[in-house]
Write a protein that binds this ligand. Sequence first.
Ligand SMILES: *[C@@H]1O[C@H](CO)[C@@H](O)[C@H](O)[C@H]1NC(C)=O
Ligand SMILES: *[C@@H]1O[C@H](CO)[C@@H](O)[C@H](O)[C@H]1NC(C)=O
Length: 314
Amino acid sequence: MLMTSAVLVVLQLAALLDASAIRSAQSVSAGAMTFDPMTSTPGHVFSTRGRADSDRKEPDYIAIASTPDGNHLLLVDDANRKVKVMAVTSSGVARVTSDVRLSKELWDIALLPDGMVAVTCSQEQFIYLLRLQGDVIEYTSRFRTEKKYHGVAAGLDNDTLLVTSRDYLDVITRDGRVVESFFVSQFRRPDYMCLSGGNDVIVSDWATQELYRINASTGQVTETMSHPDMETPHQAVVDKGGNLYVASRGSKRLMVLSPAGEWRTLLQGKRKMPTGVSVTTDDVIVSWADVQITEDMDMKSWSIVRGYSMSDFN
Ligand SMILES: *[C@@H]1O[C@H](CO)[C@@H](O)[C@H](O)[C@H]1NC(C)=O
Ligand SMILES: *[C@@H]1O[C@H](CO)[C@@H](O)[C@H](O)[C@H]1NC(C)=O
């Protein structure tokens, strides 16, 4: 089964239905969201393939991060084995300002509080550390890990990382030493992880079709989230209002779950599947895989077709 994929990055601004009401309700507090994803209508702002001159292939963005000020996006381009930086102007136009080529197949990304960037690999037992300064991203080092890790997020202490392997949520130092290791019996394929305020992280599990809220101080699953329309969840992200956005790859939907427990499909792809998702105070950023599907293709086997499988995962 031959398949090609190429990806656009789409910046979606959720237009306000009643801007004045929301503004006064939130009293324009610093960092508050400028939209409510449960009621606002998504509007297209900008899309790009994000090509860089030295790209050898069509980009395939499998994870996205944005800086706290929303001025830069970090994109994991698995096809070119690159991490790219895009500067976003106030008019919502983004362009690649810098990129760094890494030698292995990449996976998840986390922006750390000191401007360092951690990137995991799909097959290797090491993690790359990059440095983001303004428009420029640079390679600094990579370190060996005891396990193969996919999901990554900034640790609760500045010097640590939270990472997921097949059965574990681990806390590791930036040189790979395991500080704490929590066995999570629910995990089957915990592929992506994000912070969710306080001590919580959200882990999306490709195999169980569930998202887990985990207390990162204790490793305890405090909430399990699923929906019949959510299939093979990939990247997830939480906004400042506590809304959880999920790239539901299998069902080709960008979905959102409110803190009150209500689900909404924000975008429904036809032939495109969302892969990465990030959020700033003004925009939701989504990457889409454009897949040529053969007649008999089972959507749920997408990842396996692409060259990695459950058995490969550590
Ligand atoms: C973590 O790092 C940030 C930025 O470098 C710094 O402002 C903060 O004080 C640090 N926090 C701790 C607990 O070390
Ligand atoms: C997470 O665990 C810590 C340590 O036991 C506890 O203090 C905190 O209240 C827990 N947070 C939640 C949201 O349960």
